[in-house]
Design a protein around this ligand. Structure first.
Ligand code: ARG
Length: 461
């Protein structure tokens, strides 16, 4: 079997059960073209080290190019007998270059350094795709924020009315979190951009190969400084899975809000028909399935991360076959986000906001009580006392079933001499919003400065 990479010291072949367990071509074939790029880079350093002559290098590169074309077109596929992508591609190379030349390529490398390198290449490409998807979601939030700038809504803590905020302020809060996720992917790339190629099985190579040349050839910044670390570590994979989980969690939090904003009780948003689903029995239903799938897939992404960490925990150095389990969780994380992000960004971009309802609810539920307390502070009342007095006003309003602005001047005066009719200047949504003009605050002018700062950072990613 030309696809087997080992066998010399064995009297018989592997049991069928072992072969079936061992096999990884059904998921690692996605690394095939990275493997061939690695093989080309490796052939060049073998040539530089004098282990391939000019004609051999040329023959090798031509055969690899042909193999790459056949992989890309689907003409070359792993055979049932191939254990993994690396063995299968050696078989394909030998079919094209002959056993004499094809058999020379494996010198000075191991599947251990190969697979660690190819995984990083794959993830670096997908991190860029994911970052673009996250940025499209940020754009959708920014566009909605701009389109609704000036609209007030109830700001909540503990899901209870807290203080009025601008809808744009709320939407941009989600945008900042997602922008940090993009920055995390970019920062991760500094660590992912280091090539393990040349580490060999674990100890490096005796053949005078140049790992830095391979690294540069494959688009890495540099090669690892420790061959054991290069073949045994998977923290770069786990960090990728963590950033993907964080993105999933951030999308899930947006989605949870969309889900309850779309309920009859809230009626804050209407989902576009193109991003809602119906029911097979209830004809009236319009369901927020995109948001629910986002919330659900966050769980799946967290599962990928925790599964990978559990695989790594307790592994002695250097390579162990457990590490074959590193790929499916990170591949699935990338696939999941690449599927999810266009749907979530589309859902956000097409939301219709019921701005009248949001505005009318913004000051309700005594959401201006803090404004009364802060107004009293500006009149010289210690905050501790101001808090008590404003609380007493809330109690009075609640007992009568009215809002703070419905209390009479007499009722305010009865609570405290400090509560003069001038307190009414802060008893409006507009007054409350405008007063919060500090950096990061919800005043329209502060949110405009925030938007400029966000757009500045977006221009830099
Ligand atoms: N397929 C393995 C992996 O994905 C690489 C092969 C290493 N095998 C070995 N016996 N050292 O990790």
């Amino acid at each position: 079997n030309t696809g087997a990479l080992w066998g010399g010291r064995f009297a018989g072949g592997p049991a069928d059960a072992l072969a079936a367990l061992s096999k990884s071509t059904h998921f690692d074939w996605r690394l095939a073209r990275y493997d061939i790029a690695g093989s080309k880079a490796h052939a060049r350093v073998l040539h530089k080290a004098g282990l391939l002559d000019d004609a051999e290098l040329q023959g090798m590169l031509e055969a690899l190019t042909k193999l790459d074309e056949d992989v890309a077109s689907g003409a070359y596929l792993p055979a049932e007998s191939d254990e993994d992508v690396h063995g299968s591609l050696e078989r394909g190379l030998i079919e094209r270059a002959g056993a004499q030349l094809g058999g020379k390529l494996r010198a000075g490398r191991s599947r251990n350094d190969q697979v660690a390198t190819l995984g990083r290449m794959f993830l670096r490409d997908h991190a860029r795709i994911i970052a673009r998807g996250v940025l499209a979601t940020v754009d959708a939030l920014v566009e909605q924020a701009k389109a609704h700038h000036g609209v007030a809504m109830p700001g909540r803590t503990h899901l209870q009315h807290a203080q009025p905020v601008l809808l744009s302020h709320h939407l941009l809060a989600h945008a900042w979190a997602l922008l940090r996720d993009v920055q995390r992917l970019q920062d991760w790339d500094k660590r992912a951009g280091v090539s393990p190629y040349g580490s060999g099985a674990l100890a490096g190579s005796s053949l005078g190969l140049d790992p830095e040349a391979v690294a540069a050839d494959l688009g890495f910044f540099s090669a690892v400084h420790n061959s054991i670390d290069g073949t045994a570590s998977r923290d770069v994979f786990a960090e990728f899975a963590w950033v993907c989980s964080m993105i999933g969690v951030d999308l899930s939090r947006i989605s949870e809000e969309v889900i309850f904003w779309a309920t009859k009780e809230f009626s804050f948003v209407t989902l576009d028909d193109s991003y809602s689903t119906g029911s097979s029995i209830m004809p009236q239903k319009k369901n927020p399935d995109v948001a629910e799938l986002a919330r659900g897939k966050a769980g799946r992404l967290i599962g990928n991360l925790t599964g990978l960490l559990a695989t790594l925990k307790g592994l002695p150095l250097a390579y162990n076959r457990d590490l074959q389990e590193d790929k499916e969780p990170v591949f699935d994380a990338a696939d999941t986000l690449e599927l999810l992000l266009p749907a979530v960004s589309g859902m956000i971009a097409t939301l219709t906001f019921n701005t009248e309802r949001m505005e009318s609810l913004a000051p309700q539920g005594f959401a201006l009580a803090t404004d009364i307390a802060e107004w009293l502070v500006r009149q010289g009342v210690p905050f501790r006392e101001a808090h008590e007095l404003s609380g007493a006003a809330v109690k009075q309003a609640e007992s009568r079933g009215v809002e703070l602005w419905d209390l009479t001047d007499e009722e305010y005066a009865a609570i405290s001499e400090h509560l003069t009719p001038e307190v009414r200047t802060v008893l409006s949504t507009e007054g409350s919003l405008n007063s919060r003009n500090s950096q990061g605050g919800t005043a329209p002018a502060a949110v405009e400065r925030q938007l400029a700062a966000l757009e500045g950072e977006l221009a830099g990613v």
